[in-house]
Design a protein around this ligand. Structure first.
Ligand SMILES: Nc1ncnc2c1ncn2[C@@H]1O[C@H](COP(=O)(O)OP(=O)(O)OP(=O)(O)O)[C@@H](O)[C@H]1O
Ligand SMILES: [Mg+2]
Length: 296
């Protein structure tokens, strides 16, 4: 991928990332961009999604709304240089990055290094939970994102309370020693907001009161992160360049072959796990849908 996430000392980056397709990256990214813009911040939304969902959201946005500056980063526009295409105007102080599905491992650090906030939306289904657990592990092991700095937050998306999958997701999230920064309802309000180029925060409050409640913890967490200065740890570069390939922890183990996130996932207990799988100390992905749950 032709990547070079823009960096500037006064530009705060918020990265929405999960290689699993359809987890809600574009929805979360556009809602954050709309929220920041409606709060009076100069914000740009950079779209790496080949489907251009975030850019479509911006096209749907009325000129009368506070500006969200759009940057298409997915395809190289041959009429200009890549750096010109990716430029962020100097008045922009917040950059929300909507990342594509099926990211490759070497791109993870490029996207996340030096970000003020890294948000991972995750859906409450067995396959999505498992993929999210592995991905969080990748961020920690491969991209060297620090849990301690608190920059990494999971957003449980399309949550329907009191369903079995919701309870599984809760159990998984509780076991991760990273912040669960919010739980977003499964609601047609998000579909409507996308069609209008709005964030939930810009809709009729009486219509979206439950959604506004669920966003409160996300925006509080986000504001804390944006106010916290980056440290050298946030800028740490992984030691060696990684070979191209799917972003999984096995990138560090050349002998191990694992499916991409988008492939069918074999759960532990169904002979799917390589014994050579490296682990983050203190991090154990959950075993959704199995009776061999070590936490029990
Ligand atoms: N909380 C929600 N409630 C209802 N619908 C939602 C919610 N979140 C996302 N959706 C819908 O789910 C679909 C996928 O969401 P979205 O495009 O944000 O996912 P994505 O992770 O960006 O997908 P991709 O990996 O393809 O880029 C969209 O149609 C979106 O409107
Ligand atoms: Mg998307």
């Amino acid at each position: 991928m032709l990547l070079k996430a823009p960096s500037r000392p006064d530009l705060k980056r918020i990265v929405v990332i999960n290689p699993k397709g359809g987890s809600g990256k574009s929805t979360v990214a556009s809602n954050i961009a709309g929220f920041l813009s409606a709060s009076g911040h100069p914000v740009a939304l950079m779209d790496f999604d080949p489907q251009g969902s975030a850019l479509r959201w911006m096209q749907n946005r009325s000129d009368k709304r506070p500006e969200v500056y759009g940057i298409s980063a997915c395809e190289h526009d041959t009429t200009m240089t890549r750096s010109f295409q990716m430029r962020v105007p100097l008045h922009i102080k917040y950059l929300v990055i909507d990342t594509p599905a099926a990211l490759q491992a070497p791109d993870l650090a490029e996207f996340t290094r030096g970000a003020h906030a890294i948000l991972v939306p995750a859906l409450p289904s067995d396959i999505d939970i498992y993929a999210a657990a592995r991905f969080v592990s990748d961020l920690l092991v491969v991209a060297k994102v620090s849990r301690r700095m608190g920059r990494l937050g999971v957003v449980a998306n399309r949550v329907r309370e009191n369903t079995l999958s919701y309870r599984k997701l809760k159990r998984f999230l509780e076991r991760l020693s990273i912040s669960v920064v919010g739980e977003l309802r499964d609601s047609q309000n998000y579909v409507f907001a996308a069609e209008q180029g709005l964030s939930i925060h810009e809709m009729q409050p009486s219509r979206v009161s439950k959604d506004l409640d669920s966003w409160k913890s996300v925006t509080n967490w986000l504001e804390d992160q944006l106010e916290t200065e980056l440290t050298p740890r946030d800028l740490l570069k992984p030691k060696k360049d990684l070979p191209a390939g799917p972003a999984t922890p096995e990138q560090t183990d050349k002998s191990a072959v694992r499916p991409k996130y988008t492939d069918t996932v074999r759960f532990p207990g169904s002979a799917g796990r390589s014994p050579a799988t490296p682990r983050t100390p203190g991090f154990e992905p959950p075993l959704p849908g199995t009776t061999r749950d070590p936490a029990k």
